[in-house]
Design a protein around this ligand. Structure first.
Ligand code: AMP
Ligand code: ZN
Length: 137
């Protein structure tokens, strides 16, 4: 547990939350500023700042918990879809530096606009980046 970490406080129960699921490695609770009705967060019990720092076993556990939540939300809220979002770094909108996955149920008519405007990609640019990123290239 890291002192002054909001989500460590939620995991420890010293900061109130609407916890909806928990297992050995993770805790899931409602986001206090929901992007859509049902928006929840999954965090590892063990503190790690972000996607770069998290233990892969905790990441796996968070992914499994997110899937469990999505299934539960599907039954209970009957949304039309879901977004799973992780912000890693302030430039990527991370504001709480204890790793978390956003689980956001989506509804056909919800007003949520993520700041992402899909536009036609440049094929050459995409291919060049793929070349640089390809593991065995
Ligand atoms: P991010 O910007 O990806 O780091 O997301 C942090 C999220 O934590 C935001 O969606 C906040 O609304 C949420 N949040 C902040 N404080 C609390 C809290 N006390 N309980 C639940 N969610 C919180
Ligand atoms: Zn923490």
């Amino acid at each position: 547990m890291v002192e002054d970490c909001l989500f460590c406080g939620i995991v420890a129960g010293t900061i109130p939350s609407q916890t909806i699921d928990a297992d050995e490695r993770t805790v899931s609770f409602m986001d206090i500023n929901p992007a859509t009705p049902g928006h929840a967060l999954v965090v590892p019990r063990a503190h790690s700042a972000d996607l770069l720092a998290i233990d892969p076993a905790d990441l796996e556990a968070c992914a499994a918990s997110a899937q469990r939540l999505v299934k539960r939300m599907g039954e209970v809220l009957k949304p039309d879809g879901f977004n799973l979002i992780n912000a890693c770094g302030a430039a990527a909108w991370q504001t709480v530096f204890h790793f978390h996955l956003h689980v956001i149920p989506r509804y056909e008519d919800d007003p949520l606009k993520l700041p992402w405007l899909p536009r036609g990609g440049e094929a050459d640019e995409i291919a060049a980046l793929a070349e640089r990123l390809r593991v065995d290239g």
